[in-house]
Design a protein around this ligand. Sequence first.
Ligand SMILES: C[C@](O)(CO)[C@H](O)COP(=O)(O)OP(=O)(O)OC[C@H]1O[C@@H](n2ccc(N)nc2=O)[C@H](O)[C@@H]1O
Ligand SMILES: Nc1ncnc2c1ncn2[C@@H]1O[C@H](COP(=O)(O)OP(=O)(O)OP(=O)(O)O)[C@@H](O)[C@H]1O
Length: 286
Amino acid sequence: MSFTPIVDEQGFAAFPAPAKLNLFLHIVGRRQDGYHLLESVFQLIDAHDTIWLRLRHDGQIVHHNPLPGVPAELDLTVRAARLLQPKESDWGVDIRVDKRLPMGGGVGGGSSDAATVLLALNQLWQLDYSRADLMTLGLRLGADVPFFIFGQNAFVEGIGEIMTAIATPHRHYVLLHPQVHVSTPEIFKDPLLTRNSPSIKVGDLEEAVTRNDLQACAVRKYPEIAEQLALLKPFGDARMTGSGSCVFVEMPSQAAANAVLCGLLESISGLVVSTLDRHPLYEYAK
Ligand SMILES: C[C@](O)(CO)[C@H](O)COP(=O)(O)OP(=O)(O)OC[C@H]1O[C@@H](n2ccc(N)nc2=O)[C@H](O)[C@@H]1O
Ligand SMILES: Nc1ncnc2c1ncn2[C@@H]1O[C@H](COP(=O)(O)OP(=O)(O)OP(=O)(O)O)[C@@H](O)[C@H]1O
């Protein structure tokens, strides 16, 4: 069934932008242009930003609450709207973002915000772009945008653009956010990064031994990540998502995850998350 947004008293409609976890991330090679060939399972989770949109009919795209340190014109929500806006069109939009997802946390917040704007405006502006069209547009904004438009949990290959939908079990995680901003290019450039993990076929995922190949480099540069991984280690196979900084561990139930989170130090920033089967706006593209 298609998602129906709540509308506030000012006429803004609310659209969720969910986060992702990289359940593992292997680097299996490097292209001539320096980009890395990766293999990863991308898992949608129920932590999300909320993007509030209100239609305008004067062609303007207005961001009402820019993020600290991100000028409105550089915000991925505004860039996504500009990319989609037809030339010479009267369609415009007011944008407000309730930011909950940690920025630079490896949970894909900025990419998901952009994907939600593309999916929602495709409907509100009655553009009728196909999912494939929106994924191609989205790639211009960031490597993870096509995944959120794809809208299903996926085995991802190539430099991040080849996706195969996979069924993943319903799971619960404790997710911690070490308060450091990891530079993605810096981690990929690290001479100590291993780039020769053996390639996995999608059919072999269940038996595969997996890890995040970016984790060793991130931990060397940011001891805070190692400290928070150590906090989760007693509960299972704790690992980092994306290029960090967030770390997570699977728990047998939501109650068990809540108990672990409550038992951690007060100064730790974290949350309990559960998996999603599909992006809430999946039906907004065909
Ligand atoms: C590693 C992941 O977090 C997995 O979800 C993402 O693919 C990274 O996505 P992102 O933060 O949106 O990063 P992008 O802005 O696309 O890429 C940042 C930089 O990371 C490096 N990069 C990224 C993706 C890739 N397959 N190989 C790379 O070498 C490149 O130096 C690139 O300039
Ligand atoms: N709407 C937005 N939300 C978050 N970040 C944004 C947004 N627009 C632009 N940015 C910029 O993008 C940078 C990366 O943000 P993001 O939260 O997507 O990182 P991430 O979770 O590490 O992503 P990934 O998992 O793709 O590596 C931010 O530091 C910020 O400068």
